[in-house]
Design a protein around this ligand. Structure first.
Ligand code: ARG
Length: 461
């Protein structure tokens, strides 16, 4: 057998072994880039025609052929052939069937090396731009719940131990600020897709009078053509920027998921999830499981692995293109698809959640969440903080021994801790959150201001 209809067959006496073919083929992964492949090829062919590099009639025949191929691919009627190594070879093979020698001119002044990264950047840019809206929807759901829960108090935790009361709005807004930084990272990735690698050739540029500005403009590469052909075909930085965004987002959503799982437990009962975002048990009739939150928790390592995987592939590669880089798309597409699954599901879960203010209130009542406020109060009476901390610590121990909370402490406990004669301030959760008036704290005015700032940020995305 000869080269099996392959585009690079001239040099080869024999076709590839099946075992090699299976390893080498990327069609199963990259066929989803067909709209970008057709679009970039049409732009390239139009430019070749306009520059007189190929006859105008051939450019027109290529354009018509590619339009038809796009219809075939969209309808599912496109027949992939056994020798189609990737989406680029499949499209060019079909174009040659349809347009003959005109089709054979498409690859003039182009290599698959600049073609594949061009297609990938176009694909990434579309996906990433759509995800800005997905992030926005999740942030809006968090903002709406925050707005409704400015006066809902719950324990804030350190080391998973109740520490000080916070407003639920404050807690939910913490996630909005994380998403805001994720939005910034996504913006970096989108910006990195705005430089056009097309026209870099296999590695060293192109020996024809091509117009790189024209193809860049037609394909929406608003930052213009890349300045270095080796860098353009050999780098995957834009993909890595995206994967960094996705990994960090994954970590944030995992933490949110973990909290919702804890809050939905019978032990806590802080949240009741909408039936539509939970599932039942095949055996235990009473169960309503927070699966969306659990899956959000579990996707973080996958997104982190996608980032680590591509960084690993790219590290140590000599310039410029190496076949190793074909592995890039599995990591990229896995991350895009995972983020596409997560964002709408978490948005629905948060929007439909009923936060149980009564259960949260019970958890901030009767314990020791005001211990620091009491120490702060002693400081305002002139005590050094370290001595105040020590005395309140003794009071907490006396209360624990007596089986009561801080608010129930009486003369016996005060005497036992060296606090007799001290006039106690109100030790309610309200007093505690209101005391944190500095910006970024839990006082009502600070949280309302924060909510407005978060709304303005998200509106500017
Ligand atoms: N399928 C290849 C990839 O994804 C296209 C580029 C092939 N280039 C080459 N020189 N063999 O990277």
């Amino acid at each position: 057998m000869s080269s099996g209809g392959r585009l690079w067959g001239g040099r080869f006496a024999e076709g590839p072994a099946d075992a090699f073919d299976r390893l080498n083929s990327s069609l199963a992964v990259d066929r989803r880039m067909w709209p970008q492949d057709v679009r970039a090829s049409r732009a390239h062919a139009r430019m070749l025609g306009a520059q007189g590099i190929i006859p105008a009639a051939d450019a027109a025949a290529i354009d018509a052929g590619l339009a038809r191929i796009a219809e075939e691919l969209a309808s599912g009627e496109f027949a992939f052939a056994p020798g189609d190594e990737d989406i680029h070879t499949a499209v060019e093979r079909r174009l040659t069937e349809l347009a003959g020698d005109a089709g054979r001119r498409l690859h003039t002044a182009r290599s698959r090396n600049d073609q594949v990264i061009t297609d990938t950047l176009l694909h990434l840019r579309e996906a990433a731009e759509a995800q800005v809206a997905g992030l926005r929807a999740l942030a809006d759901a968090l903002l709406a719940q925050a707005e409704a829960h400015v006066d809902t108090l719950l324990p804030g935790y350190t080391h998973s131990q109740r520490a000080q009361p916070v407003r639920l709005a404050h807690h939910l807004l913490a996630y909005v600020w994380m998403l805001d930084r994720d939005r910034t990272r996504l913006g970096h990735a989108i910006a990195a897709t705005r430089t056009s690698p097309l026209g870099s050739g296999a590695l060293s540029g192109v020996g024809f009078p091509i117009d790189r500005d024209a193809t860049a403009a037609e394909l929406g590469f608003t930052a213009g053509p890349s300045p270095n052909s080796l860098d353009a075909v050999g780098s995957r930085d834009a993909l890595i920027d995206y994967l960094h965004f996705a990994a960090q987002l994954g970590v944030h959503l995992s933490r949110l998921g973990a909290e919702i799982v804890a809050w939905a437990s019978d032990e806590t009962g802080f949240v009741e999830l909408d039936d539509a975002f939970t599932s039942g048990s095949s055996m235990l009739p009473q169960k309503k499981n927070p699966d969306a939150a659990e899956l959000a928790r579990a996707k973080a390592p996958r997104l982190t692995a996608d980032l680590a995987g591509l960084l690993g592939v790219a590290a140590g590669l000599p310039l410029a293109y190496n076949k190793d880089l074909q592995e890039d798309k599995e990591y990229l597409f896995d991350a895009i698809d995972t983020v596409d699954l997560l964002l709408p599901a978490l948005t629905g879960m948060i929007a439909g959640a009923t936060f149980r203010a009564d259960r949260m209130r019970a958890a901030v009542t009767g314990g020791f969440l005001a211990a620091t406020d009491l120490a702060d109060h002693l400081v305002t009476l002139g005590w050094p903080f370290r001595r105040a901390h020590e005395a309140v610590g003794r009071l907490v121990r006396a209360c624990i021994d007596a089986g009561i909370g801080l608010e129930q402490a009486g003369p016996a406990e005060f005497a036992a801790s060296g606090l007799d004669g001290v006039a106690m301030p109100p030790l309610t959760a309200e007093a505690s959150v209101e005391a944190k008036r500095a910006p970024g704290g839990t006082a009502r005015a600070a949280v309302t201001e924060q909510l407005a700032a978060a709304r303005a940020r998200v509106a500017s995305w």
